[in-house]
Design a protein around this ligand. Structure first.
Ligand SMILES: Cc1cc2nc3c(=O)[nH]c(=O)nc-3n(C[C@H](O)[C@H](O)[C@H](O)COP(=O)(O)O)c2cc1C
Length: 224
């Protein structure tokens, strides 16, 4: 197993896309074998710091925990089924369709906003711009980063996507995600071997080389 520092350094975005009409075949045995790894990654995510529990309005459904995020986990066969479902509805989600055709897993991560006051509702806002909401998002983001680092340590390629079609109503309905929850990331996990053994298109993170010098975003504060 690699060190934490190595996992952080090695983490990178990689989109792996197969032909949506010729998805990578799912082997049930491999899916069963992979489940403990997925369980481990989800458990790592839960180790993230969080400042507030979610509002009680989020604590009544099937997922009633206090953490300010929810994870909806699709294994490879579920990714392929979602792909077929979207195709059957005539939905073309672009690159997301190719990733559903290739993924070993997809984790839809939502964060749980505080209920909005009335005026905000009328303004059609996504959520109230409060400090508490900012910290809910921060905590859920930390959970995602834990997941990505754990995936990297397991030699899985991974990609944090805003979601595209995966944040839209047909996907929410299909996955039974409550509408009050906001998608923070559609997290794709890919098998490194699949990038070698199958015909796939690969694409890295567009901003990967744009971090700049540390001195452009960090400074030591020294008072004379
Ligand atoms: C909140 C969030 C949403 C993202 N959404 C997308 C996305 O929708 N499409 C995309 O190409 N990359 C997305 N990315 C990945 C970034 O493009 C990627 O992290 C960046 O290019 C740096 O590359 P690296 O991850 O390899 O370091 C997202 C990253 C974050 C943190």
């Amino acid at each position: 197993m690699i060190t934490t520092q190595q996992a952080i350094q090695q983490r990178r975005t990689l989109k792996v896309m197969a032909d949506p009409d010729k998805p990578i075949a799912v082997c049930k045995d491999q899916e069963v074998e992979f489940r403990p790894v997925l369980d481990e990654l989800i458990a790592l995510a839960a180790q993230a710091p969080f400042h507030y529990t979610c509002h009680r309005s989020h604590q009544s459904g099937e997922l009633s925990g206090g953490l300010p995020w929810r994870f909806y986990i699709l294994e490879a066969s579920d990714c392929r089924e979602l792909l077929v479902h979207l195709q059957a509805q005539g939905i073309d989600g672009g690159k997301i369709m190719g990733m559903l055709a290739a993924a070993k897993a997809l984790i839809q991560v939502t964060w749980l906003p505080e209920p909005m006051y009335e005026d905000m509702n009328q303004a059609n806002a996504l959520y109230e711009p409060s400090l508490k909401n900012m910290e809910h998002i921060a905590a859920a983001s930390a959970a995602i980063q834990n997941l990505l680092l754990g995936a990297t340590a397991h030699d899985l390629e991974n990609y944090w996507s805003s979601g595209g079609v995966l944040r839209e109503q047909p996907t929410y309905d299909y996955l039974n995600i409550p509408e009050q929850e906001l998608l923070l990331g559609a997290i794709f996990l890919f098998d490194k071997q699949d990038t070698k053994n199958h015909e796939v298109t690969l694409k890295g993170g567009g901003l990967a080389e744009q971090r700049g010098e540390m001195s452009s975003w960090a400074t030591y504060i020294k008072k004379p």
